[in-house]
Design a protein around this ligand. Structure first.
Ligand code: ACO
Length: 319
């Protein structure tokens, strides 16, 4: 027995920045961004810290699940970078919610939530834990190069959270890494070592857009095939498709190849952009709160990101 989803939550940064707003501060246009990506606006942090967003999303998911802080056995936060490189953002969540349990972060870029689910699956299946809080948070606005118009217009900030409880909701999960550290990467701050002889690079995100695009299309299809096989299901069994929100053209292409009807393909890229590890968790919470999912619906979640990581899972809705 693995897990079922018993609660979801999310918190987006408050400030909305439209494509037209960006066109006022850089050489871009709503037409360029929206036709190439589907993005019209995104949420950008001003006063919010990553810890604040993560805590708010986690509070909401915990309340939705009906569990209390003392019921949580483990907190896993998927993020590329929190407010501090240590302690982990998961520790901040635990501190604010009053959770006393192991807490740590995982970094699998945009595939972070699926990777965290895979860890949770192992813990619960082994009998070690029964209730796991998975939090995702990204402040992409603090990672991108605002002088690189080809990447900074793509991203947004927010947090999501999911409470996983022992149950039989998970029908299959599959994660992969096709190692490449040059397609998408961001350098770390080198610190103040007087012995360091390596060159310090600008600590911002770099992305080879077209290479990533090609990887995304093939990785998504491969993950979907692998997870369907693992679950013993076909695309005809899938009620809702929740893909990583990186580019509407990638999503449309994947949905078409899988033969999924448009109403089964869930998106929020139009108003959120790409929020890396947080994209699918916010999407899940948004549609859960709209009561889109019925008991027994099968949701297919699929992601890809830096690393190059990818992963997919199929979860039966039981909440
Ligand atoms: N506004 C206007 N023009 C722009 C902009 C912009 N914001 N950005 C780039 N351009 C220009 C370029 O300078 C170039 O001009 P040129 O032809 O005169 O040289 C032209 O537009 C085309 O640029 P490309 O980079 O070739 O554009 P492309 O069609 O490949 O689209 C995009 C770029 C949208 C980034 C696409 O490659 C893509 O979506 N890639 C996938 C990204 C992705 O999935 N990332 C997810 C992973 S992120 C993570 O893991 C953290």
């Amino acid at each position: 027995m693995s897990f079922r989803i018993s609660g979801t939550g999310s918190r987006l940064a408050e400030k909305v920045v439209t494509n037209d707003d960006l066109a006022k501060i850089m050489d871009t246009s709503d037409e360029w961004i929206s036709t190439r990506t589907g993005i019209r606006s995104r949420h950008i942090s001003t006063y919010e810290t990553a810890g604040y967003l993560a805590v708010e999303a986690a509070k909401s998911a915990l309340s939705d699940s009906g569990l209390k802080a003392e019921d949580i056995d483990c907190v896993i936060c998927a993020t590329m970078r929190g407010d501090t490189f240590t302690p982990a953002t998961a520790c901040k969540v635990s501190e604010e919610l009053g959770i006393r349990a192991p807490a740590y972060d995982v970094n699998a870029a945009c595939s972070g939530m699926i990777y965290a689910f895979d860890i949770a699956d192992g813990y619960i299946r082994s009998g070690k834990y029964e209730n796991i809080l998975v939090v995702t948070v990204e402040q992409m606005s603090k990672l991108v190069d605002w002088e690189d118009r080809a990447s900074c217009v793509l991203f947004g900030d927010g947090a999501g959270a999911v409470v996983l409880q022992k149950g039989d909701g998970l029908k299959g999960i599959h994660i992969s890494c096709a190692p490449s550290t040059t397609m998408i990467y961001g350098d770390s701050f080198c610190g103040t070592s007087i012995y360091n002889t390596t060159q310090e690079a600008k600590p911002v995100l770099h992305m080879q857009g077209q290479e990533v695009y090609k990887f995304a299309v093939s990785a998504m299809m491969a993950e979907v095939d692998a997870v369907l096989e693992r679950a013993g299901l076909t695309t005809a069994d899938i009620d809702y498709f929740l893909p990583h929100q990186a580019n509407m053209r990638i999503i449309d292409g994947a949905a078409k190849r899988l033969g999924l009807k448009p109403e089964r393909v869930l998106t929020n890229i139009q108003t959120c952009g790409n929020m890396s590890a947080t994209s699918i968790s916010v999407l899940l919470d948004e549609y859960a709160k709209k009561n889109t999912f019925k008991r027994g619906d099968k949701l297919l979640l699929v992601a890809f990101g830096a690393g190059m990581t990818s992963g997919a899972c199929i979860v039966e809705w039981q909440a």
